[in-house]
Design a protein. Structure first.
Length: 156
């Protein structure tokens, strides 16, 4: 069963899709579409975990994911999930860990189908924030700044 939910959060509307018991996509939506309440047990769990994250009481998501990507992208996304809450790594640092280039890390981050849950916001440039979701300024970078500040403020 395919399900779509829109949830208003501190960073605007977050939309996600789940299918067959797995979270498959999450997006930061522009504008303010009306909330679509969760109806499935999984969507209620996703909604609760996102709410707990923004309340500063959840530090690691525990959700079943079905993300489509290349083997390399999967490796990068798993490495992103291993970056602790409230910490960051530079594109270069993660590239060294995975024996690849910083640009390849950035490309994999841009292709991340489930930002927030797979925390690509924790990757920064060596001297500054870098980009977010393929943008280096504007609303998406504001979201990255908010998420990093939020995690610093609620760090355990």
């Amino acid at each position: 069963m395919l399900s779509t939910v829109f949830l208003t959060s501190q960073i605007g509307t977050i939309g996600w899709t789940s299918q067959n018991g797995f979270l498959t996509r999450l997006e930061y939506l522009h504008g303010h579409p009306a909330d679509i309440s969760p109806t499935t047990a999984l969507d209620k769990r996703i909604s609760q975990q996102i709410s707990d994250y923004f309340a500063g009481t959840l530090y690691q998501f525990d959700l079943p994911l079905d993300v489509q990507g290349t083997a390399f992208q999967q490796r990068v996304w798993q490495a992103l999930c291993n970056i602790p809450y409230g910490e960051t790594r530079s594109y270069g640092e993660l590239a060294s860990e995975l024996n690849t280039s910083a640009r390849a890390i950035g490309n994999a981050c841009r292709a991340n189908p489930i930002p927030l849950i797979i925390p690509c916001h924790r990757i920064t440039a060596q001297h500054g924030l870098g980009g977010f979701s393929g943008q280096t300024q504007g609303e998406m970078l504001d979201i990255k700044k908010f998420l990093l500040g939020h995690e610093q403020a609620h760090r355990i």
